[in-house]
Design a protein around this ligand. Structure first.
Ligand code: ASP
Length: 437
């Protein structure tokens, strides 16, 4: 039995927490590989090491000096002191500072949090450290080169009974450090699990797993015991951010289950994420609800659009030429809509896109809605329960909310509803109450 454990930023935040991590890791001989995040916040208002490193990079780029790196130095020296290890942390930090000034790369600088805490944790546990720069590879397109990565990782870990591996980054073919997006150590953990053929990927964080809805909006939402990979993907993509939304890909291909656990309440059961095959969905139709604000919807209507060959392609080329990706594309016989994350759009771009679409496909109508929130209602159980959408829309109507857009995924696994931003919280509560209270 091999377990790969990834510990998040809060778990690594200070010496006391790292001792806790070590205790968990050492308490089960199946826990063989430990993937670390950079130290996170110790208390509200504290800084995450990764944020300080991004700031360090900005000072290097703008003023040629490392600025807040002194705070990074203080944090790591404090951790080493608390752990009472003999690592020459001052020397390591000076070397790191020099290489930050030399490399002048944002990704290299950002990655140093995971590198340094990896070195410290390995020293504390008395086991080898494996630098992700040597075994996680990105292709020219900036995407993970899975095949090379799994081969390099398994070679690096072969013969090592236990090891610490730095999360969040890897390198391109030239050896330049490249990072995942924020929270990417979750992906690193999944990669290591896949590379060593783990039986379980344990993801240790500061909550006891997934909740059926955002606890900042809904009072004490239900705990989710089991989720399928696909449900997880839908929920985490839509903002349930316990786990990086890309972390399922490596483990899903190898059917390795993920277990979300709480470092600070290790006896809590957590949430288990499993392949759809063999997964028995709960009796209730909905497993979880998640949502995000700030989308734009471009709505296009044209009679007989279905018989116009290349219609969608011409619209898509307008988006493609501007480097804009879309999230969803709900369509009817004579209508098609594109849902775009507003963060993707520069000032004035939406109006320009609308003009260009009108020019290229001469629609009967083209209009744009902005400040839309999307709410995803997710659950394998939906396909087997008659009347789920009736209950959903009835609940939203009873809350007095106007639905601006509907998209049912072809898998019958989710229904996505668009409402005005101002109705977001109200809608989430109404939908949650309908399916969970
Ligand atoms: N340290 C990185 C971040 O703060 C990656 C991670 O923690 O997963 O985003």
């Amino acid at each position: 039995m091999i377990k790969v454990c990834k510990f998040g930023g809060t778990s690594m935040a200070d010496g006391t927490n790292i001792r806790r991590v070590a205790e968990i890791f050492n308490s089960d001989p199946a826990r063989r590989y430990l993937v670390v995040s950079a130290p996170g916040k110790r208390f509200g208002g504290d800084a995450k090491i990764t944020d300080l490193l991004y700031e360090t990079h900005r000072s290097v780029a703008e003023r040629g000096e490392t600025g807040v790196f002194s705070k990074v130095r203080e944090r790591f020296c404090g951790i080493v002191r608390e752990l009472g290890i003999s690592l020459d942390i001052e020397g390591l930090l000076s070397e790191t500072e020099e290489s930050i000034l030399r490399e002048r790369s944002e990704e290299f600088t950002a990655s140093r949090g995971e590198y340094l805490i990896g070195r410290i944790t390995a020293e504390f546990l008395g086991i080898p450290f494996v630098d992700a720069r040597d075994c996680v590879r990105f292709g020219e397109d900036g995407k993970l080169d899975g095949e090379t990565t799994y081969a390099l990782c398994s070679a690096a870990l072969k013969g090592k009974k236990r090891a610490v591996i730095s999360g969040f980054y890897g390198a391109d073919a030239e050896g330049r450090v490249h990072t995942f997006s924020r929270g990417g150590s979750d992906v690193s953990g999944a990669i290591v699990a896949r590379a060593v053929g783990a039986d379980l990927y344990e993801n240790w964080t500061d909550v006891s797993g997934f909740l059926a809805c955002d606890p900042r909006i809904v009072d004490s939402p239900a705990h989710i015991d089991v989720l399928s990979y696909r449900e997880l993907r839908e929920l985490s993509y839509m903002g349930a951010n316990v786990l990086h939304s890309e972390s399922i890909f490596p483990v899903r291909e190898a059917n390795i289950p993920i277990l979300i656990k709480n470092t600070f309440r290790p006896s809590d059961e957590g949430t288990r994420i499993v392949p759809a095959a063999g997964y028995i969905p709960p009796a209730r139709p909905v497993t979880g609800i998640a949502g995000k604000k700030n989308f734009a919807v471009i709505f296009i209507e044209k009679s007989l659009m279905n018989s116009e060959i290349g219609f969608a392609r011409r619209i898509l080329s307008v988006l493609e030429e501007r480097g804009v990706s879309f999230e969803h594309m709900p369509s009817g016989i004579d209508t098609i809509s594109f849902v775009i994350d507003e963060a993707e759009l520069q000032e004035g771009m939406l109006a320009e896109i609308e003009r260009e679409i009108c020019k290229r496909v001469c629609p009967d109508q083209c209009k744009t809605l902005t400040d839309i929130s999307l709410i995803a209602v997710v659950g394998h159980g939906m396909s087997k329960n008659v009347g789920t959408s009736a209950r959903l829309f009835d609940a939203i109507a009873r809350a007095g909310v106007n639905v601006r857009m509907i998209d049912q995924g072809s898998s019958e696994l989710n229904i996505i509803v668009g409402v005005d931003n101002e109705n977001y919280e109200r809608t989430l509560r109404a939908v949650y109450d309908e399916f969970f209270r």
